[in-house]
Design a protein around this ligand. Structure first.
Ligand SMILES: Nc1ncnc2c1ncn2[C@@H]1O[C@H](COP(=O)(O)OP(=O)(O)OP(=O)(O)O)[C@@H](O)[C@H]1O
Length: 293
């Protein structure tokens, strides 16, 4: 390579890095997303990913969660359903440290007390949350969004001062294939369809290799084809990650549970029923709370 070309290459890279730094993902930025957790390392040997016990959350005396208890196993894909106002979002808020409960316990693995940690620390120890609306960096390319997510991971930061390692490039390639965006890697994220943006955001979460993924109505607004692809994606993640999927779309829940996985029905802040989708759909109490609205 001639010195001219080397200089031009360095300039392109510097501009690229400056673009990412502007979004807080560079070596000096990312104060919120990238703070080093002092939370310890979660222990999963007992097979439990998440243990929620007797959680109550009150808003001005109204109980959004009422003695809620729930256990998610390592590698499990659990769908949570329930009518509007059942407490599904509040439950996610408690797990991720956004809302503090009045009482109860929330443990990640067998040893981490999530109620003692801040929101950023919880994200850093391996709990990823996907909100209903996609939140990707619209002006950046699909690839840059994934690169930024990698830079937010404290484990990857030290090696990212100059360029991505081969291993990191491979990881981005793997995720691009998984989220069906390999052909769109250089596309500006703002130009993606709604479904593709949702996948990109899931890909960004996956860059940090979370043990537990919380997904709030991930297929809302997706086409049937996108919904099917999302089900395939989640099924391919099962086993390596624990997934908690809050969803109203029963066809999607059916695709995810494949007639053999347990679903949890929330109502008025508590677990109303738990079992196979066919069982809970035949449960009189469940039918009543759905039809009663
Ligand atoms: N910050 C708050 N202040 C007061 N009430 C709240 C607050 N957050 C939630 N609630 C109430 O708590 C209850 C549970 O709300 P939550 O959003 O957790 O339900 P949800 O199951 O996620 O509902 P949806 O399916 O409609 O998203 C609702 O009655 C809601 O109005």
């Amino acid at each position: 390579m001639t010195p001219d070309l080397m200089e031009a290459g360095a300039k392109v890279r510097a501009e690229h890095d400056a673009r990412l730094d502007a979004y807080g993902g560079g070596s000096g930025g990312g104060a919120t997303y990238g703070r080093v957790a002092r939370a310890g390392v979660p222990e999963f040997a007992q097979g439990v990913a998440l243990y929620v016990d007797d959680i109550t959350v009150s808003f001005d005396g109204f109980r959004a969660l009422n003695a809620l208890s729930l256990t998610i196993n390592v590698g499990e894909l659990r769908c949570i359903i329930g009518p509007n106002g059942a407490g599904k979002t509040t439950m996610m808020d408690v797990i991720t440290g956004k809302t503090r409960p009045d009482k109860g316990k929330v443990h990640f693995g067998s040893n981490i007390d999530l109620l003692r940690l801040r929101e950023n620390d919880i994200a850093q120890i391996g709990i990823g949350r996907k909100f209903q609306k996609p939140t990707v960096y619209e002006e950046l390319s699909v690839f840059e969004n994934l690169e930024l997510a990698l830079k937010a991971d404290r484990r990857a930061r030290a090696s990212l001062f100059h360029r991505l390692t081969g291993e990191q490039l491979d990881r981005i390639g793997e995720i691009l294939a998984l989220i069906h965006l390999k052909e769109s890697a250089q596309r500006t994220a703002g130009l993606l369809s709604h479904g593709q943006k949702q996948w990109l955001e899931i890909g960004m979460l996956l860059m940090q290799d979370p043990k537990l993924l919380l997904l709030d109505e991930p297929v809302a607004g997706m086409t049937d084809e996108e919904t099917e692809r999302t089900a395939e994606l989640f099924l391919s993640l099962e086993g390596q990650h624990s997934l908690v999927v809050v969803e109203h779309d029963m066809k999607f829940v059916d695709e995810l549970t494949q007639g053999r996985k347990k679903v949890t029905v929330l109502h008025e802040g508590s677990v109303l029923a738990e079992g196979l989708l066919s069982e809970v759909q035949a449960n009189e109490k469940v039918v009543e709370v759905y039809l009663g609205r």
